[in-house]
Design a protein around this ligand. Structure first.
Ligand SMILES: [Zn+2]
Length: 247
């Protein structure tokens, strides 16, 4: 029996989610959900959608669909939003500890240049209602900020790469192997963070605004950004993460 994946495009119908001009979060969520469904179906999974059209579905109903299906994984798809245009980047949430590893795998699956923004913690715990059933492993993906023009550009111009990487991440999170099909091209850049360190690479610390071989320097720059953002009245903490640089 094939594993069951429930994809949950957030919002819909009378609930557009976050809005930026004529751009509705609900539409972005559905678009990427349907694309990921096709990729996962081609891998042999039983993929169910909480919605396939622009309709309203309550959070409890979405959660219960995953429970009734006894899903191996529930992935809720969203785009983030903020009152100012500054915050950017992908954030992956989990609610229950049994999903922390899955959320981490999914986050890492997205190429760094597509997911990196200025959020303090791209991987977080959050009490999302759609993830209410602890028995069903689940993640809540905020795929960049709809309130940030560059995030929208990345989402649109690298849409196939987003969907490919998320589909691969889901396969990996389920402990399975991605089966290559004839017509696909591999992602053009693998992320450098995570995995073994090749002999010709050395760790470095990247923060918004620069990359530093010294962690203290990176942290100092990050704190300066936090202070600058606070002065603008923005409660946002740019992330600091380790990457690999050629020696
Ligand atoms: Zn949302």
């Amino acid at each position: 029996m094939s594993k069951i994946i429930v994809l949950d495009p957030g919002h819909g119908g009378s609930d557009p989610g976050a809005v930026n001009g004529s751009r509705f979060e609900s539409h972005d969520n559905l678009r990427i959900g349907m694309a990921i469904r096709e990729l996962l179906r081609s891998q042999g999974y039983d993929v169910r959608m909480t919605r396939e059209t622009d309709v309203f579905v309550s959070l409890d109903e979405r959660a219960n669909m995953a429970l009734r299906a006894n899903a191996d994984l529930l992935v809720s798809l969203h785009r983030d939003s903020f009152p100012t245009t500054t915050p950017s980047g992908v954030t992956m949430f989990y609610r229950w500890q049994n999903s922390a590893e899955i959320a981490s795998t999914l986050l890492q699956s997205i190429p760094l240049r597509l997911r990196a923004g200025n959020r303090a913690e791209p991987l977080r715990q959050g009490a999302w209602r759609v993830l209410q059933h602890s028995r069903i492993p689940g993640v809540f993906a905020e795929l960049g900020f709809i309130s940030n023009a560059n995030d929208n550009r990345l989402f649109d111009e690298h849409f196939d790469e987003y969907t490919q990487s998320l589909a691969r991440g889901i396969v990996q999170a389920l402990g399975d192997q991605w089966r290559d099909t004839a017509d696909e091209t591999p992602p053009d850049d693998e992320t450098l963070d995570g995995g073994a360190i090749p002999g010709n690479m050395t760790p470095a610390w990247r923060v918004r605004g620069g990359t530093y071989r010294n962690q203290e320097s990176a942290e100092r720059v990050r704190q300066a950004f936090i202070r600058a953002l606070a002065e603008e009245g923005i409660d946002d903490r740019p992330f600091l993460e380790q990457i690999m640089l050629p020696k």
